[in-house]
Design a protein around this ligand. Structure first.
Ligand code: M6R
Length: 366
């Protein structure tokens, strides 16, 4: 079942080009972002929403955080994202014209299910589930569904589920933008093209594995690590830190790089590796000046960049580049190297990669 791979996690990381291609198949077949992708009556549900409320846990929550940048920037719809286990226990001021989007690989996560039930009890009947397991509890309780087609995910660490959730959320963003008259035909064609090219770009990122493996050997003996990103890549830094803690048991924290001097910079010394997600986007110059501060404190930096983000390499600054900048879908491509880093650091430490201690694949208890 594992084929040439040592673990399900490694196999699932490598399945991502195929999983993404399968998840966008219907979008490509329709040659556009149509509401029917989300269900027969989706146009009525999505047509007049005033906002989006995303609810999820763990990695699925980070997919939601990423989507917020897209939904507000591209669709012009206000979007909040909340951890399901918090939402379900607070007094929420609900606006039933908001679309409630739950994201769950398993479709069985108890907190996410309970948050959905709570939202429905507050009058939210516009509900959409993004889920990887057909006919599981959460999609059954939702008005609309978009199934990611990652295939069974066996490793406890979520990998292909995450990137396919992102693809589904990007599709949702473009559909909302189109319904609101904010997606010109040429832009729609360009986004479709970006999606078509995505499996290839993800494959290019997978080809970086030998370089990431070399880095991971330097990580394996560390106790702590810091992950930095900005904008739409900040949630990818969060996801990278979660992956590293979950399977290698190295303590990792993620911050938006602009927050460094508000506290975490005090942690930086020669023993603290700092991973930076720094593709060539509008925030690159900001990231560069943020990391000068790390450099000045002797921190060793591991930068994931792309071909166009010019970074001076040195003994202290190591850079791995994806072959090109892929624009708006860049957070999906940059998920790959952080997954690989966690996987190889865990391998080097000899942990049980597919079944990390204390964790279950599907969290059906509180
Ligand atoms: O099945 P779900 O997407 O609802 O699961 C949510 C989290 O339990 C899950 O993403 C968890 O954080 C992963 N083990 C992270 O790799």
């Amino acid at each position: 079942e594992l084929g040439p791979y040592r673990h399900f996690m490694q196999k699932e990381i490598h399945e991502q080009p195929r999983a993404i291609a399968d998840t966008i198949e219907q979008v490509i077949a329709n040659n556009g972002f149509v509401p029917q992708l989300f269900g027969a009556n989706a146009e009525a549900v999505l047509g007049d929403i005033e906002g989006v409320q995303i609810l999820a846990c763990g990695t699925s929550y980070y997919a939601g955080l990423t989507a917020r940048y897209w939904i507000e920037a591209i669709a012009g719809v206000p979007c909040s994202v909340e951890i399901a286990s918090e939402y379900r226990y607070r007094t929420v001021v609900a606006n039933p014209k908001h679309l409630v989007v739950t994201i769950s690989q398993s479709g069985e996560t108890l907190d996410t299910m309970e948050a959905l039930k709570y939202a429905k009890s507050l009058g939210h009947d516009k509900t959409l589930s993004i889920c990887n397991v057909p006919e599981s509890a959460i999609p059954r309780a939702s008005a609309l569904v978009y199934y990611t087609r990652a295939g069974a995910e066996i490793g406890v660490a979520s990998t292909k589920a995450f990137t396919t959730q992102l693809v589904a959320l990007f599709t949702l963003t473009c559909t909302l933008a189109k319904l609101r008259g904010r997606l010109a035909q040429a832009q729609e064609a360009a986004y479709l093209d970006d999606l078509r090219q995505l499996p290839g770009s993800v494959q290019h990122a997978l080809n970086l594995e030998p370089q990431v493996q070399v880095w991971s050997e330097r990580f394996a003996p560390k106790q702590h690590a810091l992950f930095l990103g900005r904008g739409v890549h900040y949630p990818i830094a969060l996801e990278g830190a979660l992956k590293l803690k979950e399977i290698s048991y190295i303590h990792a924290e993620a911050y938006p790089a602009g927050e460094l001097k508000h506290g975490p910079l005090a942690l930086v010394d020669t023993e603290m590796p700092v991973v930076v997600i720094a593709p060539n986007d509008s925030l690159l110059e900001k990231v560069k000046s943020n990391i000068q501060e790390v450099r000045a404190r002797g921190g060793e930096m591991f930068v994931f960049a792309d071909l166009d983000s010019h970074f001076g390499e040195s003994e202290q600054v190591h850079v791995i580049r994806t072959p090109r900048h892929v624009g708006v879908l860049s957070p999906i491509v940059h998920s790959i190297p952080v997954q690989l880093l966690a996987y190889h650091a865990a391998l080097a430490r000899g942990t049980d990669v597919d079944k990390p201690r204390n964790l279950a694949k599907s969290v059906t208890v509180e």
